[in-house]
Design a protein. Structure first.
Length: 387
């Protein structure tokens, strides 16, 4: 890829912040047909015995010498309503289903942490206690993996962190810790390149003709590696490629479409000048920006260029309809495939040196699997819609 992208893990010095939030009662992650536990709810209702019974039947570890030789994979997601994660987990589940179709006794236990690190820690403890052979963790607070790491290590259960990247020092704490995701630098760079190409091809998109592009940034969660890095690389790439930028607004919308819709609305209403470019850290926030223009009944030909990242189904549809100018495909299917293959290998006791990953997927430093991002504009969108 371009610009000598950094391939190493994140360092402690990268800006970080936790994600506060309340935990709802346990719910099944939409689209999951994996086994889903309601043990906390059951326990709260005094049904501890029931919760334990459900779990005892559900988890097991082919690696632990169990006679039944079944594989159980625990998965904890930070927020079941996150569009990108929903797609990733749907894909993950399909890969598990294909293995089942080959006669393998495999199942997943999926928990929604509802943005609470404490709840996630508890869920992981339950999964470990109930013999899941491997745990996949989408950290709520990517700076707070220690409790999970300590517990996993004590019980010798490998952990695959995914999507929300912990710092390198934490991942190095034990050799059975892995990370599956993508390279945030790359997504920002590709978004910046797409926006640059667009303005070079469409000089009229500089609506006031002042030679600089008035832009706003819609940023994901404060402290998330993809938010900080995407913004920085997108803007820097445009500047390095000769576009003069003039920042007229900024909002943190936490990856969320509704928050983005309202914050973008405020930016439109308060800006003295016409916004010519919206750089959104993900598709859901780009869609929120589109809705803000639609809410105000601003004609489409007066909208700015709007770029997202992810290539979710809804994002791709918006590109197809010409509402979103472009997006950067964040390969949820590839990440799900890599995670499932690695989880299966680890749960069945394959030694790290012998793990065979699906074609085209590589592990670096015996730790990291990163899938590449790809640019998607209206010309290429059909290819991605039919993936
Ligand atoms: C995705 C976002 C998602 C976030 C969750 C990012 O990589 O682009 O859409 O909300 O991960 O951690």
């Amino acid at each position: 890829m371009k610009m000598g992208l950094k391939k190493k893990g994140l360092k402690k010095k990268d800006p970080v912040e936790g994600v506060p939030g309340k935990r709802a009662s346990m719910k099944e992650v939409p689209g999951m047909d994996g086994i889903f536990k309601r043990m906390r709810k059951a326990a709260a209702a005094g049904s501890v015995a029931l919760a334990i019974a459900v779990l005892t039947g559900a988890c097991g570890n082919a690696n632990a010498g169990s006679e039944e030789r079944y594989v159980r994979i625990g998965v904890s997601v930070y927020d079941q309503y996150d569009t990108f994660l929903m797609e990733l987990m749907n894909d993950f589940n399909s890969f598990v289903d294909s293995r089942k179709a080959q006669g393998i006794d495999i199942a997943t236990v999926v928990q929604d942490a509802s943005r609470s690190q404490a709840a996630q820690n508890e869920d992981v403890a339950d999964m470990i206690e109930n013999d899941c052979g491997v745990i996949c963790v989408n950290l709520v607070d990517r700076t707070a993996p220690t409790e999970i790491i300590d517990l996993a290590r004590k019980n010798d259960v490998p952990v695959i962190f995914f999507n929300r990247e912990l710092v390198e020092e934490d991942l190095m704490q034990w050799d059975k810790l892995y990370y599956v995701g993508a390279d945030a630098f790359e997504s920002g760079t590709l978004q910046g390149e797409m926006a640059t190409d667009y303005f070079k091809a469409h000089p009229e998109a500089d609506r006031n003709g002042d030679g600089s592009i008035q832009y706003v940034v819609l940023e994901g969660e404060a402290g998330h590696q993809d938010a900080i890095i995407r913004t920085e690389y997108s803007v820097d790439t445009m500047i390095m490629q000769g576009i003069i930028l003039d920042k007229v607004g900024y909002a943190i919308a936490n990856w969320n479409r509704a928050q983005s819709r309202s914050k973008m609305g405020q930016l439109i209403d308060s800006s003295d000048t016409q916004i010519e470019l919206v750089l959104a850290n993900n598709d859901d926030m780009a869609l929120g920006a589109i809705e803000a223009y639609q809410d105000r009944e601003i004609p489409r030909d007066e909208w700015p260029a709007i770029f997202g990242i992810d290539g979710t189904q809804v994002g791709l549809k918006a590109v197809e309809e010409g509402l979103m100018t472009g997006t950067v495909y964040n390969d949820s299917a590839g990440q799900a495939k890599a995670m499932e293959a690695l989880a299966y290998a680890l749960a069945t006791g394959v030694s790290p040196a012998d793990i065979e990953l699906p074609e085209g997927i590589e592990m670096t430093d015996n730790k990291y699997i990163r899938l590449p991002y790809e640019k998607v504009d209206r010309e290429k969108v059909q290819e991605y819609l039919s993936k």
